[in-house]
Design a protein around this ligand. Sequence first.
Ligand code: NAP
Length: 226
Amino acid sequence: MRPWVVVNVAMSADGKLSTRERRQVRISGSGDFARVDRLKANSDAVMVGIGTVLADDPSLTVKNLDYRKERISQGKPEHPVRVVVDSSARTPPGASILSKGDGPRVIAVSRNADPARADALRAKATVIVTGDTEVGLASLLDELGDMGIRRLMVEGGGTLIAGLDREGLIDEIYTYIGSMVIGGKDAPTLADGPGWIRETDFTQLVLADITQIDDGVLLHWTVKRS
Ligand code: NAP
């Protein structure tokens, strides 16, 4: 059974996830940070694309100690399983996602990945091989489901989210909209990649909730299934 997929991103008022140099920026404040930490603690796994690992070097750990203790008391690992979508096995062995915090890691690579690099990652993570030249996202989700992952949080970036959207794999989206304009036509957005052309193909959403947090607003969407 595939996991329930929840995308969470913070974007500027003009819809950018970071700068055109793909440099990580602070878009939300402490209130939204706490919400994201709770969402993460409630997830079985957290996924990012290799672009985000190389740009931001996130650890994707749960920061709140009470949430960590709660997870352990529920028989779960202290942090959710951390998953990187990385066709060519480019995840640096010293990346924070592999070194910070206890708990399992998964690196998903394609059959085209350099075997030596994939082997080096096997020392620190479970390596799942799927797809010829890029990671097969649907079969990856199937494998994560087989590992017992029921709820998957996706933390970006825009290329990975677009890939999941193209295959109809997203169930819910949280977009936090911060109070700034970043600008730049090449700055990442929620769903990059080639984009849809025909209106009939657009992913249709249902607005579930709107909440003001800090100086911005959180939109909670569910994906409409046809
Ligand atoms: P990304 O979405 O993190 O990673 C994309 C990469 O994943 C692809 O280039 C591809 O690289 C790999 N991939 C493998 N199989 C794929 C598939 N089937 N579909 C899609 N991707 C696949 O990278 P990004 O778009 O460059 O985003 C990074 C930027 O987003 C950074 O600037 C970061 O700061 C920002 N960001 C912002 C937020 C936020 O909430 N504001 C959150 C996360 C990231 P390979 O071909 O090498 O595998």
